[in-house]
Design a binder for this molecule. Structure first.
Ligand SMILES: *Cc1c(COP(=O)(O)O)cnc(C)c1O
Length: 412
């Protein structure tokens, strides 16, 4: 197949029924933003919504807002919106805490259900917080250990001793996507539960938690959900499991009757039991506004667009692979890929800095990965063309070799 031309790419945008969704976001001029998988862009409606919550709700209605504006219901209202994106029931998801804290809560809760306590099986090069949390939970329980295996060999390592499998659905570096239904089945056949980390999946790829037999999941609010920096995360527990799973952080907000102020802890019978303390209302309000950007959107078409953008990027990068030593570090097959694409290059860090200086914002992941995230809500096909054109310029001119691009940064 011939490499697409600029005209082909313009035609893709012109014929894209989802193109107007970009107008829901406030993106700066002169920036091609390909990092929505790390920090989603600002929805145009969010500043107004936050101003309203701050001034009219907090400022004027004060504490009455917990009832009058249903602040108390926000974690569940947001949960219902997320449930639609991940194929879960409306009473199976709640927004709370960070992904890391939610991992801890569900790891600990699930491990307590396992008769053997055995092993927690996880990836040997997944997102580090997942592994740290697994190790902490293992340390707290006697007789439990963490076993780490390569991502593509996890399924072969599930055995009778496995209590719990902890996996990221879409890998943060390669974008590799695991077949959720097949993994759940393999684990359940051995009596183990699977806890899914959906941080790089939610809002970017099709998910069917109910249909694929998933029991437990966590995910992130500030990536594809556009909830703002450090937005609350979410957790999912299948309804039949909720009453059996206990949180190791039994705060008053997870109590069956928080305002009874009773001295004994009695967990809520619902997913509310996984709340710990008072929800951060301003952050929740921003997350709710981020999720509202999915309203009325044909999700199947949206996720198909994400795949098409990734495919276009891979095709356009062919020339840079041949001439400048980039190698695809993501699955070539869209069925096994999330919505970001990584290329390995020995000078990826400097190249990434040079791109950012030219307004193309992707990110670098150690040791040699140039990662581009494609948020189908606001990325245009022409953005991909332009990003590759500028990358070609950076490589052909050796601009990346400048000293200022090699300085390390605290956040990459
Ligand atoms: C982004 C991400 C997280 C983030 O965890 P925080 O507690 O929100 O910092 C966790 N896991 C994965 C796989 C991620 O990609």
């Amino acid at each position: 197949m011939a490499t697409p031309t600029y005209q082909d790419v313009l035609d893709l945008d012109a014929g894209d029924p989802l193109a107007p969704l970009r107008e829901r976001f406030s993106l700066p001029e002169g920036v091609i933003y390909l990092d929505g998988n790390s920090l989603g862009a600002l929805p145009g409606a969010t500043p107004r919504h936050l101003a309203e919550v701050v001034e009219a709700q907090w400022g004027r209605d004060l504490i009455r807002s917990w009832n009058a504006h249903d602040w108390i219901g926000l974690p569940r209202r947001i949960g219902e919106r997320i449930a639609k994106l991940i194929g879960a029931g409306p009473d199976e998801v709640i927004a709370c805490d960070s992904t890391s804290v939610n991992l801890f809560k569900l790891l600990q809760g699930a491990l307590a259900l396992s008769p053997s306590h055995g092993t927690i099986l996880t990836e040997d090069s997944g997102f580090p917080t997942d592994r740290y949390m697994a190790q902490s939970v293992a340390n707290l329980a006697s007789g439990t250990s963490v076993k780490a295996a390569p991502r593509d060999a996890i399924i072969d390592h599930i055995d009778d001793d496995t209590a719990l499998v902890l996996l990221t659905h879409v890998d943060y570096r390669s974008g590799h996507k695991i077949d959720m239904a097949a993994m759940n089945k393999a684990a359940h056949d051995k009596g183990a539960l699977v806890l899914w980390d959906l941080s790089h999946s939610t809002g970017a790829v099709a998910l069917d938690l109910a249909g694929s037999g998933a029991n437990l999941a966590v995910g992130c609010g500030y990536k594809y959900l556009n909830g703002g920096p450090g937005a609350p995360a979410f957790l999912y527990v299948r309804s039949g499991l909720q009453e059996r799973l206990e949180t190791p952080l039994p705060g008053w907000m997870g109590h069956a009757e928080p305002f009874a102020f009773s001295q004994g802890y009695a967990p809520s019978p619902s997913i509310d039991r996984f709340l710990c303390g008072t929800p951060p209302i301003l952050a929740m309000a921003a997350l709710e506004s981020g999720l509202a950007q999915f309203d009325g959107v044909d999700l199947a078409a949206l996720f198909a667009k994400g795949q098409a953008i990734c495919g276009l990027y891979i095709e356009l990068m062919q020339d840079l692979c041949e001439r400048h030593g980039f190698t695809l570090a993501s699955p070539a097959d869209a069925r096994h890929r999330g919505s970001h694409v990584s290329f390995a290059h020995p000078h990826a860090h400097a190249v990434c800095q040079a791109l950012i200086e030219r307004g193309v914002i992707g990110d670098f992941r150690t040791p040699d990965i140039l990662r581009m995230g494609f948020t189908p809500l606001y990325t245009r096909f022409a953005d991909v063309w332009e990003a590759v054109r500028i990358l070609r310029e950076v490589m052909d001119s050796s601009a990346w070799q400048d000293d200022r691009f090699t300085r390390p940064r605290r956040v990459t």
